[in-house]
Design a protein around this ligand. Sequence first.
Ligand code: EPZ
Length: 418
Amino acid sequence: MSKFIIEGGTKLKGKVNISGFKNAALAIIPSTVLCKEKCIIENIPMIEDVKVYKEILTSIGAKVEMIDETSMEIDASEVKEINIIKALPKNIRASYYMWGVGLGRFKRVSMPLPGGCDIGERKFDYHIKGFEALGATVELTDKSITFFADKLIGNRIYLDFASVGATINIMLAAVYAVGRTTIENAAKEPHIVDTANFLNAMGADIKGAGTDVIRINGVAELKGCTYGVIPDQIEAGTYMVAAAATKGDIIIDGIIPKHLEPITAKLVEMGMGIEEYGDSLRVFYEKELVPVNIKTLPYPGFPTDLQQPMAVLLSSLHGESMIEESVFESRFKYVDELRKMGADIEVSDRIAKIKGTGVLTGTDVNATDLRAGAALIVAGLVAEGVTEINGIYHIDRGYENIENKFMNLGARIKRIKS
Ligand code: EPZ
């Protein structure tokens, strides 16, 4: 298996360009199958999960090709049904969007269950509840799931939790439904808005995305279009935390500063300097950082996908801090790996208590999931000595070109292909 070798101790300096947002691309790419005309999606990150989706869409008869490094042309006009036998959907959590698309366009979809990072139960009862409210029936086995409906009729759906996946999936299924669908307590993440903007660009009638009430009025057809994916605020936040941890001074280029407000606010609270220049941020170390407490929440709260890199930063400081993970049931598996590097973190249920020792020491560690892997890279950059990270296929699922981007910032990191 490939691994990363990192020699710690360099302060990150220079500029990093942010790629398109993984979790927006993984919603917008399947959404194109709702349309019988060609769509072009731009600013797509070249990551493993996108490659899996390319295979999934090809397997159902769509024509998918890259027309340049970051633009994908998708023609789903020949797709007659979504009945997936291959195990492809098990590779990623986002394959669940084929449920909303299959119900929306064909009133039927059958496929293996989704996969995704091992960070909790990853239930999908809110998705099922939403689809059933629109008139769908579900057949669930331990390996596959089938949804079907004679007709989809708009309805009012209240989400017990502001679930990102369920919010987007219900939007997808409701695009052609008869009448109005209202999603209450909807998720407000930037990629909910991005997906709604894409659907509206094709001719859907969606209002309120980005607020906790989204209204979808069913339409008769959608037209092909060209659409660019928003930049990845989680990728950007990862580099911001790495700059803080290494006491560096970097420019994060090609971002939407508003999407970064939760992480910017926390780093400023800790003592980092942050200056905004249009679609760039300068993130620089100017004084000793103070530990802070973090509680992860749905947007615009602190993002759960940056909880792990923050734990590394807090471990590298002096002083006590606490992280409460309120979104996922067990997203602290990486702590065992950080302990191998000298971190002093005590976990009970959804709370991690951190005693910053000020020093981490390089050793061999294993990436347990995507964001844990990114956190271990930050740990390797900060640690004294050399860190070897195994299981880096997790990292390649969601970060484009990560070692080269860090190398361009002065990091001593290299990939050893096995
Ligand atoms: C999406 O996961 C993202 N994945 C996750 O990113 C992200 O951490 C998460 O949203 C929260 O922002 C993709 O977009 C592909 P949820 P999702 O539905 O849709 C529970 C990354 O690192 N829940 O908002 O699974 C669920 O168990 C990944 O990029 C139910 O109980 O997130 C979790 O505890 C990791 N029933 C909580 O809600 C449901 O039907 C949040 O889940 C759905 C979710």
